[in-house]
Ligand binder design. Structure first.
Ligand SMILES: Nc1ncnc2c1ncn2[C@@H]1O[C@H](COP(=O)(O)OP(=O)(O)OP(=O)(O)O)[C@@H](O)[C@H]1O
Length: 689
C-alpha cells in the first residue's frame, strides 16, 4: 500500500489503537503475575483483578449503542471488535471460594481468547493494512450518514437538465465504478457522491484530510450510465444548434478515469455497447442531430480529428496530417475530410472507421489509454446559405504525472508533457475568455486552435471524469482543482431551480455534515415518510448570491461580465470592475470620494481605483487608467496561476517541461500587457496629460 498516504487523523486513531493494545498487554501481564501466586491471593489482589477488568473496559470504551457511529464502525471493521469482549467479564463474588476459582478460570480463558483475537486480527495484516481498514470503515460511516442526508431530498432531486442554465461553460463531475484491476490492488472507493444537480450536487473526496467539492453544476455517481449523462448534459443543449449556435462537450480527467468510455463507449467505440448505459455520447448525439438537421433543412457533415504529440491527423482519412490555417480569426483545417452523412446509421459507420484508427497505448493505469485528444465534429450546413452550427465532442487525452508512469520510455514521457502542455493551454484560454476579453491565446497550442470554434457563442460542457479509488487520489485531487479553477472562471448562473428555491443547504465540511445530521435525527413519523427537517432558508441564501451571476456574450463569444444587481460576491466585484474598465466613467463615479487602492484585495481594487479617479475628460487619461486596471487584473490572476504552477511542478503534478511551457506563455502574456501599458504611458506623456 505504498501509494496510500496515511492521513494524520488516521495516524492519530491508529496510535490510540496501539495504546489500547499496549494497555491490554500490561493488564494481562499484571493479571498473570497475580495468578502466578494463587495460594497467596488476598482480597487486595482480588481487588486488583477486579479493577483490571474495569480498567480494560474503560480502555475499550463503553459498549456501542445500536446504530451509533461506533457501532457502525465496528460493524465495518471486524478487527476492532476484539477488545469489546472484555466488557462481558464476570463479576466478583467474594461469598463463595468455589465461585471465585471459577471466576479466575473464566477470566483466564477470556484473556486467552482475547489475545487470540488480537493475534488473529494482526495475522497477515501489517499496521498500514489495519489503518486502511479503519479509514475505510470511517468512509463507510460517513457514506452511510450522507445517504441518510440524501434520502431527505426525496421528491426534490429529479435530475434537472443543463438546458435551464445559462453559463458559457458547465462543469460536471462523473465518477466511474471501481475496476477489477483496482479491486485486485486492494483499492477502495474514496469518493462519496450521488447523482444530483446543483444545489445538491456534491462530491466528497476522502483524502487524508476529508475534502469537499462543492460542484456548481452536476455530479454523477458510478451508477449513472451514459444515457443519463447525455440526457442531463448534451441533450438539453442540442436545440441551440437550431439557433446557429455551437455546442461542445469536453471530457477531462486523469488517464483511466473514463473519458473515452463517456464519449465513445466501451473500448473507445470498438467494443460492443450492449446497454443504454454503455452507448457512447457520440451515438446519442448523432441520433439527435439528424432530427435537428431535418427541421433546419441542413446537411450533416462528419469529421474526426486526433491531436497526437502536437500533430493534427485526420482519423477519417488514414491519419493524413492536417494543417491549420488562420483566416479572419478562425482556423481552417487544410486537408480535413468532411464526410457527408446521409443518416444516423451512415454517420455511425463513418465513425467506426475513425475509432479503429485511434492511437492507443498501454500505460500503467490504463491498458487501452488514448494518448491523444480525439475531436468528433458534426457540422450542420443549410444549403445555399451561410447558416452553420457545430456540435463537437472532445475526448481529451488523460492528464498525467511522470511519477504515475514510472516505467514510461522517454517518448511516452514526451507525449505526457505535450498532453499536459495542451491542457494547460486550454485552461489558459478559458481563463482568458473571462479575465482578458481582448486577447485569448488560442494560437498557443494546436488543441486550442482546433477548439477555437467551440468557444463561439453557444454552450460548452465539461465532464470531469474521476476514478473512484485511493490508488489515484492525487490525480483526482488535481482534476478537481483544475475543474474548480475553470468553475471560478465560468461562474455558472443559477438558472432553473439552481437557485435558492427548494434547496437543502449543503454542509461546508464533512464535520458540518455529521453535526447537521445529528441535529436532523428525524422523528419516527418523519422517518416513515423518508424526510428529514425542512431546509433552512437562511443557509440557502448564501448559495443564491452566487447563483444570480450571469454573463453576456458578444458576437465573438468572448464573455463580457454584466453589471446587474447588487451582488457583493467577490466574483461580482471582479465583474463590475471589468465593466468599469470597459466603459467611460459615469458622472457619479467621477464625483465619488476617493480612497487609496487596495492591492491586497484584487477583486475590489479596481472599484476603489474608480472612486479615486479624478474628473478626467481626456480620453487618453481614461484609457490609461482603464488599461492599468485591466493589466493589474491580468497580472494578479497570472500570479495566482504561477503560484499554482510552481506548486504543481514541485509536487510532480505537471512535468518540468510542462511547467516551462506554461511559464513561457505566462511571461509572454505579461510582457505583452506591460508593453501595451508602456506604449499607453508614452502616448499620454506625448499628449502632455
Ligand atoms: N462509467 C463506467 N462504467 C464502466 N466502466 C467504465 C466506466 N468508465 C470507465 N470504465 C472503464 O474503465 C477503463 C478506463 O476507461 P477509459 O479508457 O474510458 O479511460 P480514459 O479516461 O479515456 O483513459 P485515457 O486517458 O488513458 O485514455 C475502461 O476499461 C472502461 O471501460
Amino acid at each position: 500500500m505504498s501509494e496510500f498516504a496515511v492521513p494524520a487523523a488516521l495516524l492519530r486513531s491508529s496510535r490510540a489503537r496501539q495504546d489500547r493494545l499496549r494497555a491490554q498487554q500490561d493488564e494481562r501481564a499484571s493479571a498473570a503475575a497475580a495468578e502466578s501466586a494463587p495460594a497467596t491471593e488476598t482480597s487486595a489482589s482480588r481487588r486488583l483483578s477486579s479493577n483490571s477488568t474495569r480498567k480494560t473496559w474503560a480502555h475499550s470504551g463503553p459498549p456501542s449503542r445500536p446504530g451509533s457511529a461506533a457501532a457502525t464502525a465496528s460493524r465495518t471493521a471486524p478487527h476492532a471488535r476484539a477488545p469489546a469482549a472484555t466488557t462481558t467479564a464476570p463479576t466478583l463474588d467474594t461469598n463463595s471460594p468455589l465461585k471465585e476459582i471459577e471466576r479466575i478460570k473464566a477470566a483466564r480463558e477470556l484473556r486467552r481468547k482475547q489475545a487470540e483475537l488480537i493475534r488473529e486480527a494482526r495475522a497477515g495484516k501489517d499496521e498500514t493494512d489495519m489503518m486502511v481498514e479503519e479509514y475505510e470503515a470511517k468512509i463507510h460511516q460517513f457514506r452511510h450518514a450522507w445517504m441518510q442526508w440524501v434520502e431527505s431530498w426525496k421528491g426534490r432531486r429529479t435530475a434537472q437538465a443543463l438546458a435551464e442554465w445559462d453559463a458559457p461553460i458547465q462543469v460536471c463531475v462523473r465518477k466511474r465504478p471501481i475496476s477489477n484491476k483496482e479491486a485486485g490492488k486492494r483499492g477502495f472507493d474514496i469518493i462519496t457522491t450521488t447523482t444530483a444537480v446543483h444545489p445538491h450536487a456534491c462530491a466528497f473526496l476522502h483524502e487524508p484530510k476529508l475534502s469537499l467539492d462543492r460542484s456548481r453544476s452536476i455530479v454523477f455517481d458510478e451508477y449513472a450510465g451514459n444515457d443519463l449523462i447525455f440526457q442531463t448534459t448534451l441533450q438539453p443543449a442540442i436545440p441551440k444548434l437550431k439557433e446557429g449556435k455551437n455546442v461542445s462537450l469536453f471530457c477531462y480527467g486523469a488517464t483511466g478515469s473514463g473519458k473515452t468510455h463517456t464519449v465513445f463507449g466501451p473500448e473507445g467505440g470498438r467494443g460492443s455497447a450492449t446497454t443504454a448505459a454503455d452507448i457512447g455520447l457520440y451515438h446519442y448525439a448523432c441520433s439527435q442531430v439528424f432530427g435537428v438537421a431535418a427541421e433546419m433543412g441542413a446537411d450533416v457533415f462528419v469529421s474526426f480529428l486526433e491531436i497526437y504529440s502536437g500533430k493534427v491527423v485526420d482519423l477519417l482519412n488514414n491519419r493524413q496530417p492536417i494543417n491549420l490555417l488562420e483566416q479572419n480569426g478562425s482556423f481552417l483545417f487544410q486537408g480535413l475530410r468532411e464526410s457527408h452523412a446521409a443518416s444516423v446509421q451512415h454517420c455511425l459507420q463513418i465513425m467506426a472507421v475513425g475509432t479503429a484508427t485511434r492511437t492507443t497505448q498501454a500505460t500503467d493505469s490504463n491498458s487501452t489509454s488514448s494518448r491523444s485528444h480525439a475531436i468528433f465534429r458534426l457540422e450542420m450546413r443549410v444549403p445555399n446559405t451561410s447558416a452553420t452550427s457545430l456540435l463537437t465532442l472532445i475526448d481529451l487525452a488523460g492528464s498525467e504525472r511522470g511519477v504515475d508512469n514510472p516505467s514510461a520510455s522517454a517518448a511516452v514521457r514526451r507525449e505526457g508533457a505535450a498532453i499536459n502542455k495542451s491542457l494547460l493551454a486550454l485552461k489558459e484560454c478559458i481563463r482568458a475568455l473571462h479575465v482578458n476579453s481582448n486577447y485569448v491565446p488560442f494560437r498557443s497550442n494546436k488543441l486550442t486552435c482546433v477548439l477555437r470554434d467551440c468557444f463561439r457563442a453557444g454552450t460548452c460542457i465539461m465532464v470531469l471524469n474521476v476514478a473512484p479509488t485511493n490508488l489515484t487520489v492525487e490525480q483526482t485531487m488535481s482534476c478537481l482543482h483544475y475543474a474548480n479553477r475553470i468553475k471560478e472562471y465560468s461562474h455558472a448562473t443559477g438558472g432553473g431551480n439552481g437557485g435558492a428555491s427548494g434547496g437543502m443547504p449543503l454542509p461546508a465540511t464533512a464535520e458540518d455534515l455529521l453535526a447537521q445530521l445529528s441535529a436532523l435525527t428525524p422523528s419516527p413519523v418523519e422517518t416513515s415518510f423518508g424526510f428529514g427537517r425542512e431546509p433552512d432558508p437562511a443557509a440557502v441564501g448564501d448559495e443564491a448570491e452566487y447563483d444570480d451571476e450571469s454573463f453576456e456574450h458578444d458576437d465573438e463569444s468572448i464573455s463580457t461580465p454584466a453589471s446587474d444587481g447588487e451582488d457583493c460576491s467577490p466574483h461580482a466585484a471582479r465583474r463590475s470592475s471589468q465593466v468599469a474598465a470597459n466603459l467611460p466613467a459615469s458622472p457619479s463615479s467621477d464625483s465619488a470620494e476617493g480612497s487609496s487602492p487596495d492591492l491586497a484585495t484584487p477583486p475590489i481594487a479596481p472599484q476603489l481605483h474608480e472612486g479615486a479617479r479624478p474628473a478626467l475628460d481626456d480620453d487618453g487619461a481614461t484609457a490609461l487608467l482603464d488599461l492599468h486596471v485591466s493589466s493589474l487584473h491580468t497580472i494578479l490572476d497570472l500570479a495566482k496561476e504561477e503560484e499554482k504552477m510552481i506548486e504543481d511542478c514541485m509536487d510532480g503534478v505537471v512535468t518540468f517541461d510542462g511547467y516551462v511551457a506554461a511559464l513561457e506563455i505566462i511571461v509572454d502574456k505579461k510582457m505583452r500587457r506591460l508593453a501595451e501599458l508602456k506604449d499607453r504611458i508614452q502616448q499620454v506623456r506625448g499628449q502632455g496629460v
